[in-house]
Design a protein. Structure first.
Length: 110
């Protein structure tokens, strides 16, 4: 297989099939005017969207939660404002609220 080279017209890196291929495929077809570039652009965008949607669906579906419900329950119990002196109330209360929200999201995702 030949090495990649840079298209002198647009600067894209491309893999020439033959050593005589000087331009990237896009520039070659643009010059020969045998491509409908608007259609090619739309096809690329559609493919990109579809790939993105599939990748996102796969990633979300297979993602491991970053924290377990058990660990969240333990953290909520430890942070609860009732367990802390008055001067730490706001910090404990805010942290507990954030942990409760995270637990809610984790349960909804399960
Ligand atoms: Zn090019």
């Amino acid at each position: 297989m030949s090495e990649q080279k840079e298209c002198p017209n647009c600067g894209r890196r491309f893999q020439p099939v033959l050593r005589t291929h000087l331009l990237c495929r896009v520039c070659f077809h643009e010059r020969s005017r045998d491509y409908d570039m608007a259609l090619a652009e739309e096809a690329w965008r559609s493919g990109y969207r579809l790939g993105f949607q599939r990748g996102h669906a796969d990633g979300v579906g297979n993602a491991e939660p970053f924290i377990s419900l058990g660990l969240l329950d333990a953290a909520i119990a430890l942070c609860h404002p009732d367990r802390h002196p008055e001067e730490r109330f706001h910090n404990a209360n805010g942290t507990t609220a954030a942990l409760l929200a995270a637990r809610k999201r984790l349960r909804e995702a399960a």
